[in-house]
Design a protein around this ligand. Sequence first.
Ligand SMILES: [Zn+2]
Length: 398
Amino acid sequence: MLTARTKDGKKICLGYNYKKETLLYFRSREEFFCPVCGEKVVLKLGDQRMYHFSHKKGGECRDSYENESIYHMEGKLQLYQWLLRQKIPAILEFYDQEIRQRPDIKFTFKNQKYALEYQCSPIAEEIFLKRTSSYVDAGYVPLWILGNKQIHQKKNNIFSLSNFHYLFLQQTVEGSYYLPSYCPEKKLFHLLNSIVSYSIKNAFAQNRFYSIGQGEIDYLLNPECAYQINLIQWNSELEKIYMNWVLHPNPRQNSFLHDIYKHNLNLFLLPPEIGLPVHSSLFIQTSPIIWQTYLYLDILAKKHPMDIFTVQEVERSFYRRMAKKEIIIRDFPLIKPVNPFLAVMEYLLLLDKLGIVALKGKMAFQLIRTISIPQSNREREEMKKIFFQKYQPMISKQ
Ligand SMILES: [Zn+2]
């Protein structure tokens, strides 16, 4: 940790870049105590690691600072100094007596107090939710920033994101979503935006980097986000998933595979219209391949051209699948609640653009043409080729 108190209650904060001689002098004259548990702590002034305070072995501190890595301490120190440079009142390791919580940094910006948590190691969702709600109850805006080490880029624009990562999702004023992270080694903010998930653990996303030297707080609280997706790349990832499901099926996918075989469909012969990217797909944990296939089976396949179906009908099928846990949604504690059905509506509106359905009024659609199901691999490849040529630009920038 980076703050401690002296015997007479004075606070010593290592966020001020003291010289080593000054700290050596302090150390020779003062004793230091943990502001949280009151136990004695030692000021470490080694040349290898950054200067910090450390509890004595065996001490029991509620906040267990000792698990803090240098990466974490470096990061919060840089973030703290970054706020000070912008003349934003900030307190490092502020201990809020009332809620017995200690955000890494407390700061006030535009008359709003913020609790910044720089999270470099995974924590249980329960703890995340508990801390978040106690900050909110005490009038803070919780600002959780991921340690950039926690973000695993699989390849360009493809990331492996778990439920833990999605807890950190933030919303811009314009309503775009992004995941903020910070790397103290590169001194860079790395913001993932335009996140479109295609399986429980994988998603496409756009990168945005800001150096802490150039970026101001607005870049972090309200970054520019631009939706963009490469349909061909998207499709090639889906193909890998099909293969993976068949080779290593889990019970959930088994029930899906069983369902589609029952309807004479084959995972490898799904038409290109099923499994399309939409903006809000991240609100549904279940892959778009699965929920879009269900929509096809429950509604579209049962209609004839010119038939009308209502949004309510689609909603009923969606919630029925949800109740049976065939469709699972994601929770995002830091943003305003979003109805996951939004993703389904976006998909229907995309099918409208593709000329498969047509929106009738506000609450109904008409089937214009049935989606044709390829009968062979060759036919499917042909269909995909034509589909991509025709719709790639439109789907890439919805
Ligand atoms: Zn302590």
